[in-house]
Design a protein around this ligand. Structure first.
Ligand code: SF4
Ligand code: SF4
Length: 147
């Protein structure tokens, strides 16, 4: 016999709220091709973070399941997903909206965004210094400026 699962926590308005946010206009056009996930640098180091899956969960109304996990804070806001989407879904801006909702609805501490900005700056500084260090190890003379 077919089993029917009823989840009382599903929120049918969730996708409309996201669609009303800047960048969320095209979310209902997603046809689940997975191009966003395939090009996402975060997915390649953490498979729990899956843009395609997050969009399906939004469309199904899984508000709490989308807003509460730690993985939504991993997005690097690189816009690769938005640039590659064949349906013009702007997932990077959708992630901005999700984070904003997560803070406003008490799923995350209010100062988390500020802390993540500091981590991003520190990570970029580490990347810059590491690349310069590797290049300085070589025998080829290079200047770090243009001109
Ligand atoms: S690339 Fe666009 S259409 Fe494809 S799954 Fe991602 S959001 Fe949906
Ligand atoms: S903006 Fe976020 S979700 Fe999109 S590709 Fe970059 S890290 Fe992945």
């Amino acid at each position: 016999m077919e089993k029917i699962v009823i989840d009382n926590k599903l929120d049918p308005n969730f996708k409309y709220e996201i669609a009303a946010k800047p960048g969320g206009e095209n979310i209902k056009k997603c046809f689940a091709c997975g191009t966003c996930t395939a090009g996402c640098p975060v997915f390649h180091v953490e498979h729990e973070y899956n843009p395609r899956k997050i969009i399906r969960m939004i469309l199904l109304g899984m508000r709490e399941q989308v807003l509460s996990p730690m993985v939504i804070w991993l997005c690097a806001q690189c816009y690769t997903c938005s640039a590659n989407c064949p349906q013009d879904v702007d997932f990077s801006d959708i992630m901005f909206a999700l984070r904003d909702m997560a803070v406003k609805e008490g799923y995350a501490p209010p100062d988390l965004l500020e802390k993540i900005d500091k981590i991003t700056t520190a990570a970029n500084e580490f990347r810059r210094d590491s690349i310069y260090a590797i290049l300085k190890e070589g025998d080829i003379s290079m200047d770090k400026r243009y001109g």
